[in-house]
Design a protein around this ligand. Structure first.
Ligand code: NAP
Length: 454
């Protein structure tokens, strides 16, 4: 089966690549193993020089790769360019900091010399999603490669142009062949790659379903595994919120990346004494979001990635409304060309309706009213996921309460949850395990090797 991308804004063909044959995949793993045997011995300085070169090349091509991202998965051109710049910044960050993050640590024992080293482990296989087609791959690869490992990645099948671009970016900037390799493979072939003895670890960013499948294969083969899965992040609005400053950010938190972000705020939980004001202002701002051509700078919200995703979201909303939810704005897919769905606000959502218990991967906000902050945190934690969460308050006590008690991997106060190279990124519960970014992420696929000299 070929790997094909279709522009979700106009349903036109973008690009197509044939699937790799089993022989080509075997060759890719062989080349990656050979590359690792040399790359592991490269100095941090040499690795950093190549990583900075790749960042500079990417920076020089931001509009080109931005347009490619927009055409393959529909994100706004402005956000696509921002994503490319963030990738370059992160590559530079790990080029600069990886050596310190992975420095040998001395630990005092009865020996004359002892401590921990962070040695590279080998070929890491990454299964990646389409929603941030450059960032998800670079977020994993920049620290992993700086640590001395090499990467083989299987990107989502609907963004083959981005997959090819990433592989070529590394090759064109002088990385040895085999350090960063794209494979076009279907799901059935993932198991043989994870099972290959030359592959030492696997990481997946994507859905819970895919995560379970990959984790099972990693378990069967006893391979180290990191999972970055879905979420239904709470956006908690406390009594002391600065409402006028918060509402525009609430809209951005929900519609960013056309509503298709794992750390997009999906549940808005507002305390009763501020709920009327929030609902009125938030609904007004969501209705004003401009839906349209993602290449147009005036567009706030582009299409969903595919017809299947748009229809799934439409079904989730329609079923929830049939069960008693109320759509204050939006609530119906747009007719015509492209996979458009408007910014939508739902209230009175029954717990057992799709909007009450499933991830909504599109621009649909669910608003809950809580008695007080204590109740809001209870609602926020009443979910199988635990990726990110945010608290919106002026009172330091309310902020600290939420930071301590939200059951999530990332909590932000008066700021939209985001990933940044300095901080670990990852979730708990059904949102996955392991961390990317920061020193913790850079060490995930290293061997924390203890040493002791008598
Ligand atoms: P997906 O369907 O799970 O796809 C992600 C990747 O996994 C793709 O490369 C896909 O390949 C592959 N895949 C799917 N099923 C597989 C299987 N059974 N065996 C092997 N590989 C498999 O997810 P998505 O729809 O692209 O992304 C949306 C989900 O990802 C949402 O739940 C979102 O919250 C989550 N996400 C999480 C994070 C995070 O950092 N925590 C970031 C972004 C997205 P094909 O494309 O070939 O199907």
């Amino acid at each position: 089966m070929p790997f094909v991308s279709i522009n979700p804004a106009n349903e036109k063909f973008v690009v197509q690549y044939p699937a790799h044959t089993p022989e080509q995949v075997d060759e890719a793993i062989k080349n990656a193993s050979i590359a690792f045997s040399r790359w592991r011995g490269a100095s941090f300085g040499d690795r950093a020089r190549l990583m900075v070169g790749a960042a500079a090349l990417l920076e020089s091509e931001v509009p080109v790769v931005g347009e490619l991202m927009t055409s393959e998965m529909g994100k706004t051109f402005a956000s696509a360019k921002g994503e490319a710049m963030k990738c370059a910044m992160t590559m530079r960050y790990f080029a600069e900091h990886a050596e310190a993050m992975l420095q040998e640590q001395s630990v005092a024992t009865v020996g004359s010399r002892s401590g921990v080293r962070f040695d590279p482990t080998g070929v890491i296989f990454a299964v990646m999603p389409w929603n941030f087609p450059l960032w998800q791959v670079i977020r994993m690869a920049a620290p992993t490669i700086m640590a001395g490992n090499v990467v083989i990645f299987k990107h989502a099948s609907n963004v083959p142009g981005c997959a090819k671009y990433i592989e070529e970016l590394f090759l064109r900037s002088g990385f040895p062949p085999g350090v960063m390799t794209n494979v076009f493979v279907e799901h059935e072939r993932v198991s043989s790659i994870i099972g290959d003895p030359r592959v030492v670890g696997v990481t997946l960013t994507g859905s819970e379903r895919a995560g379970r499948s990959v984790a099972e294969l990693a378990g069967t083969n006893l391979k180290k595994c990191v999972l970055e899965l879905g979420g239904s992040d709470p956006f908690v609005i406390a009594s002391s919120v600065d409402m006028d400053a918060t509402v525009p950010l609430a809209v951005t938190a929900r519609i960013q990346n056309n509503g298709q972000s794992c750390i997009g705020s999906k549940r808005f939980i507002v305390v009763r004494d501020r709920s009327e004001e929030f609902l009125e202002k938030f609904t007004g701002a969501m209705s004003a979001v401009r839906l349209g051509d993602p290449m147009d700078p005036a567009t706030g919200l582009g299409p969903l990635v595919s017809k299947a995703q748009r229809d799934l979201l439409a079904d989730q909303v329609t079923s929830s409304v049939a069960q008693g939810a109320v759509a204050l704005t939006g609530g119906h897919a747009l007719e015509g060309t492209g996979f458009f769905y408007p910014a939508t606000v739902l209230t009175n959502v029954p717990a057992d309706s799709p909007a009450g218990c499933e991830e909504l991967f599109g621009p649909v906000a669910v608003v809950y009213v809580a008695d007080d902050l204590d109740d809001a945190i209870r609602v926020a934690n009443d979910t199988p996921w635990g990726l990110g969460g945010s608290i919106w308050a002026q009172d330091e006590r309310e902020i600290n309460e939420a930071i301590a008690r939200l059951d999530v991997g990332l909590v932000f106060a008066n700021a939209i949850v985001t990933s940044m190279p300095e901080l670990p990124f990852g979730g708990i519960k059904l949102s996955g395990f392991g961390r990317e970014l920061s020193a913790i992420g850079a060490r995930e696929f290293t061997n924390a090797k203890s040493f002791f000299v008598a």
